[in-house]
Design a protein around this ligand. Structure first.
Ligand SMILES: [Zn+2]
Ligand SMILES: [Zn+2]
Length: 244
């Protein structure tokens, strides 16, 4: 089993229920020998998260901190009308965006409609990852999801935090078993993320890695296992975040 060069889904204290600064997160990433750290604060819809105005000045942050390349993203909510909770104005400034369903701002609409809402968000060209598609509180049709990921160039996440607290995400292991089998069948990328809400969890991808191994998952489909694979999948990084 190879190791991961990037962790693309993490939160800092501005998300409202996370506890590190960008620098503390980057320092932790350096200690874990990660090359790339994606910071993806929650978009509006999650209580206490940052105002979107925040996304407009991330160019103030150096691209490299502690030798780690910092990417700026957002974890954007899928809403019940199939739209995203962050406007194009901000999405287009980010290096990439993640779409995810969160019960704080989404009401279960049944398997078919949940899947339709999520896929409608995946069609937005700024979305490159779906976070934690693993929770039967808002069940998904995995065949439809994986085919949409293939069609719209989106990687499906195996979320290490879900596996750390499996009582929170209903049937997550069984759902990942299904999703991963379909990803192999349709050759769809998966991404392994910590979803860290504290520096101590940055780069914590071990439970997800164990799961991939258990299911004999093809490591050539793991987006963040190789630098060239990651950067040929993501869009060109935004030049306004580079040092002048
Ligand atoms: Zn999330
Ligand atoms: Zn998250």
């Amino acid at each position: 089993m190879g190791k991961f060069i990037a962790d693309l889904h993490t939160h800092t204290l501005v998300s409202g229920h996370a506890y590190g600064t960008i620098r503390e997160m980057a320092q932790a990433a350096a200690e874990k020998n990660l090359e790339v750290l994606g910071i993806t604060e929650h978009a509006p819809g999650i209580p206490g998260t940052v105002d979107p105005f925040y996304y407009g000045n991330l160019k103030a942050v150096p691209r490299y901190l502690y030798g780690v390349e910092v990417l700026h993203g957002s974890e954007v909510n899928v809403l019940n009308d199939g739209t995203l909770s962050l406007s194009e104005h901000y999405l287009e400034r980010l290096d990439y965006a993640i779409a995810g369903i969160h019960c704080q701002c989404y009401e279960d609409a049944g398997r078919a409609k949940n899947t339709e809402n999520l896929i409608s968000c995946m069609q937005n060209p700024h979305i490159y990852i779906v976070s934690h598609p693993d929770d039967d509180h808002t069940p998904l049709d995995y065949e439809a999801l994986v085919k949409a990921a293939r069609d719209y160039h989106v990687a499906l996440e195996v979320n290490n935090s879900s596996l750390r607290k499996p009582d929170k995400r209903l049937n997550c292991v069984e759902n990942y078993r299904q999703m991963l089998a379909l990803c192999q069948q349709y050759r769809v990328m998966v991404v392994v993320d910590s979803d860290a809400h504290d520096p101590s969890a940055v780069g914590d991808q071990s439970l997800a890695a164990d799961l991939l191994e258990q299911f004999s998952f093809d490591f050539s489909l793991v987006l963040n296992a190789e630098r060239s694979r990651l950067f040929s999948f993501l869009p060109p990084l935004k030049p306004h975040y580079e040092a002048p």
